[in-house]
Ligand binder design. Structure first.
Ligand code: PLP
Length: 497
């Protein structure tokens, strides 16, 4: 197997190269040359394995240039109780009749991004060695909150790496800021930028593409890389938990081997749901993939009309990790269902860059609808469903997962589809305590973030994640705040260049 680019099908590189490079030179995303298959026998055998073993088995089908020992080194380091609060790593909770919640937030930062960012540093450093670059990898991250912390936790003290995270001084929540500024690790740096998220991101991009800085790094035996969600090394790990869950549901007698299930995913950049599409195409029995959006419903409209149009107001919601108008990973799906038509992808994504809009053909539209259902809900509905599920089932949802539950309820009411369904839950309710408390109690809580956590603990009965509880007494290590013009010098100084 090799990897090609969605904008140039003639590109042919190894998995290790795809992971190191991140994005193809012409701007396309890397995809495997074919989707490997998994048999029902293989899926059933996973039932008796640990999560790390399951992950290694699935990875062996995609990372064909990695040795078994290399893959095990990566999965064992990432998926252990050292990093995750549960031995199952991805926990399944039975919500109500035939409906299961896949809790992807038992990792160190309490959000599903840990599932990929805990392993990416190992995949990346192993890849660098494999292609004999022998360079130290320097990761630069611009963050609006969640990704920065997940990347810091993943890369902290990983040999052969340095990580620097930039966040907007007034653009993250108090808890997110505390999570980042108290980060442990000898190889980490965290810095506030006096500006907004775009300033952070533009600064990082400018540094990435600055030839003079690149040369300086090269001379010193270092290279830049990105922990961005378009890296194949972040997508592949997400395929695993869907297949693992299927094996688990069969093992627990909840479904029979061969039964189809629906999968519902609260979606932003389209990475998580695309991983479920890969699992389906590998051979896991799936009926519908239900793509749930908040009020930024670009994807709902796209699935229903075949027209992608980002020319609309950006709405700030209580599920901020889904406040996205350009879903990058959709490009991979369209490449696959347009018959790997790279010219067509260049045309559509060229139009998206220029006019903010493109429309797919009837054939592609039909293929899209065969697999996907799109739905959305607003903040009022999100809060109502948190309250409803809390009252009825004593289960506390975070705001993102609640969007998925609501969209699924609407789908079920409309279609009468009784297929058993797995709902991806992407964050711990503790991460969004204020909105969750408001939903349950009907009023905005007037207290600081730790009192909110205590209150939510009393209401939900869920253990407070150790990683959030310990923040209160942790020393602030990074309090620097700089102007956006100073970002370049900050990076050079931090690397002693
Ligand atoms: C990133 C994120 C999402 C969106 O996932 P995508 O893969 O970008 O679609 C949903 N929920 C939470 C909590 C997230 O952090």
């Amino acid at each position: 197997m090799f990897y090609k680019s969605t904008r140039d099908s003639s590109v042919k590189i190894s998995a290790a190269q795809a992971i190191v490079q991140g994005i193809s030179a012409e701007g396309g995303l890397f995809v495997p040359s074919e989707i490997p298959s998994i048999t029902m026998d293989e899926i059933l055998k996973l039932g008796d394995m640990s999560y790390s073993e399951r992950a290694a088995f699935v990875f062996s089908k995609y990372l064909t240039d990695f040795t078994e020992a290399e893959i095990r080194y990566c999965t064992d380091n990432a998926y252990s109780t050292k990093n995750f609060a549960t031995e199952n790593i991805a926990e399944i909770s039975h919500l109500f009749d035939g409906t299961y919640v896949l809790e992807l937030w038992h990792g160190p930062t309490c959000a599903f991004k840990d599932m990929a960012l805990q392993i990416l540093p190992y995949l990346l450093t192993t890849s660098v060695k494999k292609i004999e670059l022998n360079k130290k990898v320097v990761i630069l991250v611009a963050t609006s909150g969640d990704t920065g912390k997940a990347a810091l936790e993943g890369f902290a003290d990983v040999p052969g790496t340095e990580i620097m995270v930039f966040y907007p001084q007034d653009g993250v929540s108090a808890m997110q800021k505390r999570q980042m500024t108290t980060q442990d690790g000898e190889n980490v740096k965290v810095c506030a930028i006096k500006g907004n998220f775009d300033d952070c991101q533009n600064g990082v991009k400018a540094i990435f593409t600055n030839e003079e800085i690149k040369q300086k790094l090269d001379d010193a035996g270092m290279m830049f890389s990105s922990a961005n969600s378009i890296n194949w090394g972040r997508l592949a790990p997400q395929i695993i938990y869907y297949i693992s869950s299927y094996a688990e549901l069969v093992k627990d007698g909840e479904i029979n081997a061969g039964d189809k299930i629906n999968i519902v995913v609260p979606t932003g950049n389209f990475g998580n749901i695309l991983a479920a599409y890969y699992a389906k195409n590998m051979g896991m029995p799936v009926n519908k993939l239900i793509c749930a959006s908040n009020s930024n419903k670009v994807l709902t409209d796209f699935i229903n009309t075949g027209i992608y149009d980002r020319n609309r107001d950006f709405i700030t919601t209580i599920s901020p990790s889904m406040d996205i108008l350009i879903s990058s990973n959709l490009e991979r799906l369209l490449y696959l269902i347009s018959g790997e038509n790279d010219a067509q992808i260049r045309e559509w994504f060229g139009a998206l860059a220029q006019t903010g809009r493109y429309e797919v053909s009837d054939d592609v539209k039909a293929k899209l609808k065969a697999d996907f259902v799109g739905g959305f809900c607003d903040d009022v509905q999100t809060k109502a469903v948190i309250k409803e599920i809390y009252d009825k089932y004593s289960y506390t949802l975070d705001t993102h997962s609640a969007v998925a539950v609501k969209v699924y309820q609407d789908y079920k009411a409309e279609t009468g589809d009784m297929t058993k369904t797995l709902i991806a839950s992407t964050a711990s309710p503790y991460k969004f305590s204020s909105s969750v408390l408001e939903a349950i109690e009907g009023q905005v809580p007037q207290m600081d973030e730790y009192d909110m956590v205590d209150k939510l603990n009393k209401l939900s009965g869920y253990a407070i994640p150790a990683s959030l509880a310990e923040l209160k007494d942790k020393e602030i290590r990074f309090s620097e705040s700089i102007a956006k013009e100073e970002q370049k010098d900050y990076v050079l100084k931090a690397l002693s260049l």
